[in-house]
Design a protein around this ligand. Sequence first.
Ligand code: GAR
Length: 206
Amino acid sequence: MTLRIGILVSGRGSNLESILISVRRGLIKEAAVSVVISNRPEARALRIAKRHGVEAVAIDDRGTPTEEHASMVAEALMEHGVRPGEGLVLLAGYMKILPRSFVDLYEGRIMNIHPSLLPAFPGMDAQWQALAYGAKVAGCTVHFVASEVDAGPIIIQKAVEVREDDDEDSLASRILRQEHRIYPQAVALFAEGRLRIQGRRVLVSR
Ligand code: GAR
């Protein structure tokens, strides 16, 4: 059965695009991106979705309480066949914290990408945090979403060196290149039924 994927975005959409390309090239098998939803109507990611022929929906969150907004998002996902217990929800630069009700609804079926080696540097501006701390190694993490921010079981991580002449932009773009590799890999593993969550650990079967 085809895995139906819904992708939540807020901005640029480069991770979204890497996943759309991976589906099209057959690197992610037995899966289809059914809908892309943005909490920002002006997000470039919506234009990327349309360009790839994927339904793009804006659900503006300005002036709407978090719980209410999240249930509108869940409704739109379900309308497009991304059902709890069946579908997969991907956060790709979604700059909004999902309430527990949403996380419980799609339990074990929501993934996020974060530009640090979690549990280091959760939250906003992770690349800046790594530089400001003086870290020698930075990176990115794909993880399942739990209701605590940036804290769910880790699926794949990739380390990236921090260079002495790095600024936030150069480090962020080196990390981003790896994000574009590991997010599709994690989604492919999920689509192939090869991920199992055991407590805090994610086991990958061969
Ligand atoms: C990416 O670097 C992603 O890891 C980060 O936002 C960027 C979105 O870029 N996400 C977070 O910081 C989540 N806490 P994109 O819209 O081009 O994919």
